[in-house]
Design a binder for this molecule. Structure first.
Ligand code: AMP
Length: 145
């Protein structure tokens, strides 16, 4: 997938579009997915401008994984799901829609099906209140790298 500098996540990273942030460092941004597949669905987005993991530097990949794990721990503490799904899609054939590499952290419960993929935009108030619960947990966890 070709990198397009005008993609939605590039605009969010440049501050041209808003998002509901849960954490940010010099290298990575994590925010609420606005069409969540489950309540508490967070996206982890490296600031490196690449579309797929094949082009991501090792250091950015390592920072992403550090952040994914940190976010997953915070989501688990905040929302107490039974499980957490971490996914990452490369290319249209894999279902990728935004051409800036990103990772999904999705809380899972055994009796709850995932919501239809990219169908319904969540209410901002609900995203904000879930994000706040996650942020509280992140504040108590280790430093970002
Ligand atoms: P993917 O299929 O892996 O490319 O998924 C892209 C994800 O980004 C989807 O889950 C969308 O709901 C999510 N998304 C797209 N635009 C935004 C946005 N402006 N704010 C938050 N999430 C978004």
């Amino acid at each position: 997938m070709h990198y397009d500098n005008h993609n939605i996540f590039a605009k969010i990273l440049r501050g041209e579009l808003t998002c509901v942030k849960v954490l940010e460092s010099k290298k990575v941004l994590a925010f609420m997915d606005f069409m969540p597949e489950a309540d508490g669905h967070v996206l982890v987005v490296p600031k490196e401008a690449v579309a797929e993991i094949f082009d991501l530097s090792d250091i950015a990949g390592a920072i992403c994984f550090h952040t994914i794990r940190r976010v997953a721990i915070a989501v688990r503490a905040a929302l107490k799901p039974e499980g957490i799904l971490v996914t990452q899609l490369n290319g249209v054939a894999a279902g990728q829609t935004v051409p800036h590499v990103h990772f999904h952290v999705i809380p899972r419960r055994a009796d709850e099906k995932l919501k239809p993929y990219k169908r319904t935009i969540a209410k901002l108030g609900k995203l904000e209140s879930i994000a706040q619960l996650i942020r509280i947990q992140l504040e108590q966890s280790s430093e970002l790298i």
